[in-house]
Design a protein around this ligand. Structure first.
Ligand code: SF4
Length: 233
């Protein structure tokens, strides 16, 4: 039976765990989350790779893995999601926006992502995730400090003020080399686009390959000031 906790209790838990687990391994951080929150804990995955889902399935077999299907994903991303659901010991949950792309086009005009990406992300990412996370007290992400300057201060366990939930980033301290080593050691599924010049995989209209010397997220909303979709801001 998982304890029912108030927002204040959750915040306090997040703050103390963030300090206590800063040096812990990713698996130990996820084991703490599974033991503390049980079925009120989930992992979110963009299906760029399945590293955190794989780690979480070791700590908590059958863990809920939440994927946000914006309707704009590359086919390779949908294929990675389907493969994860087929071969890993996880409960795959796909969230979708209230409106299809065609319905959004009819309401806001086509290619909203070009004209107002913040609104497009709000409708297709932020809102569906907010609604999908209501069943949980804690969620895990694959954020890493080395991905971009905006992610450099990511705690391994922190407080998600916007959603009033505990946010767990078990591989926050990992480097790309750590990810590559884990993928190789465990044969973890990765998005085929990572082998095709993409370093970070998001929606197709807003993602390009990265150039030599660019940081991993430089291919997201390239040419715009936007660097995050609002899920982690
Ligand atoms: Fe829309 Fe682009 Fe955001 Fe995807 S990443 S929801 S296509 S603006």
């Amino acid at each position: 039976m998982t304890a029912v906790r108030t927002g204040e209790e959750l915040r306090s838990l997040a703050e103390s765990a963030g300090r206590d687990l800063e040096e812990a391994s990713a698996l130990d951080i996820l084991t703490w989350a599974a033991d503390t929150f049980g079925p009120r804990f989930c992992v979110t995955s963009s299906m760029e790779d399945a590293v955190v889902a794989h780690l979480a399935s070791r700590a908590f077999p059958g863990v809920d893995v939440v994927f946000l299907d914006t309707g704009y994903h590359f086919p390779e991303t949908i294929g990675t999601r389907d493969a994860v659901g087929a071969v890993m010991d996880v409960n795959l949950i796909t969230l979708t926006p209230r409106r299809s792309v065609a319905e959004q086009d009819a309401e806001h005009g086509p290619r909203l992502h070009d004209r107002d990406p913040d609104l497009c992300c709000a409708l297709r990412k932020v809102k569906p995730l907010e609604e999908g996370l209501t069943a949980y007290d804690a969620w895990a992400t694959g954020l890493r400090r080395d991905e971009s300057p905006t992610r450099a201060g990511t705690p391994v366990v922190g407080w998600d003020e916007k959603r009033q939930k505990v946010k767990v980033s078990p591989i926050a301290r990992w480097t790309q080399a750590d990810v590559d080593a884990y993928v190789a050691e465990h044969g973890v599924l990765t998005n085929p686009l990572l082998m095709d010049g993409y370093a970070s995989v998001g929606c197709a209209p807003c993602t390009r390959r990265v150039l030599e010397g660019e940081d991993a997220r430089a291919g997201r909303w390239a040419g715009r000031a936007k660097t995050e979709c609002g899920l982690h801001g």
